[in-house]
Design a protein around this ligand. Sequence first.
Ligand code: SF4
Length: 361
Amino acid sequence: MKYLDEYRNPGIARRIVDEIHQVTTKPWVIMEICGGQTHSIIKNGIDQILPKKIELVHGPGCPVCVTPLEKIDRALEIAAQEDIIFTSFGDMLRVPGSQKDLFMVKSEGADVRIVYSPLDAVKIARENPDKKIIFFAVGFETTAPINAMAAFQAKREGLKNFSLLVSHVLVPPAMKALLSSPQNRVQGYLAAGHVCTIMGIEEYKPIAKEFDVPIVVTGFEPLDILEGILQVVKQLENGKAEVLNPYSRVARNEGNKAAQELLKKVFKISDRKWRGIGEIPMSGFELIDDYAEYDAEKIFGMGNIEVDEPQECISGLILQGIKKPNECAAFGKSCTPQSPLGATMVSSEGACSAYYSYAKR
Ligand code: SF4
């Protein structure tokens, strides 16, 4: 298939791997930001064919994984109420809250529906004027435009029974927070290509400069990832810290201007809590005041939910690149995809799930 097969070519992969071996002289720690990249790395065994001096650590770019537990618990409470149709992408339904998940709430009689687009939820709102329809808007900059479009469309139609439970997070502030941590090990980043497709690359330049880290915009196919690693290692070996974009076939340096304009019309940037990491200043989207009537948090409130994370789960350390999934005592024992303790095992983009699915290491 065009644009896929040519980025999975084993001969070219071998040549890039050889070049990475040739240019690597010192130990380097490189973080891939996105869970999709983590899955590609583990699935294709990329981490095992690199020089031993290069360590790949897995970043916080899994939106399901970083959604705070209290927000999931509140989603469960709202979904269980009368006259509610609670909608979400499928991967959120299995994410465990403190006691249950959305599938369990659905099995208890709540009207919880999987949708493939928030615009499907708008359609449900149109067709069910006597119900309140909520869409669980979880994600990074990548999915924010379509969620913004859903709110925009609902407002344009004057729908009064649609709202978004927003848990959107932004990648650059998280990259900065990780680099600022005293525990930081990251020396170079593979930036998330799909996020850059929307937002462009400008936000990364001050980070590369301030922290002296190379940042390479990277896609998701094996050759994309190998090329990203090669360009990070070359910079590290040569003492450079630039933002490069070898993923320009998809991500233009300026991003998608129309999507950025839509985001500005609907969302504003605010502080956001990340599960396993804590609050990061100005790292999330929330609806602007003009869209308050479409904000499920304002309509239903967040309540006073106290949550306890499972003691044995170290997903917070994994999301910060400090530990690997196979360093968790529960991995593959009390925690499996069938019975997950933490979101990094349940999410299709989670690092624990990748290790379990492809390597069981
Ligand atoms: S294996 Fe399970 S318990 Fe361990 S860090 Fe991953 S999600 Fe948490």
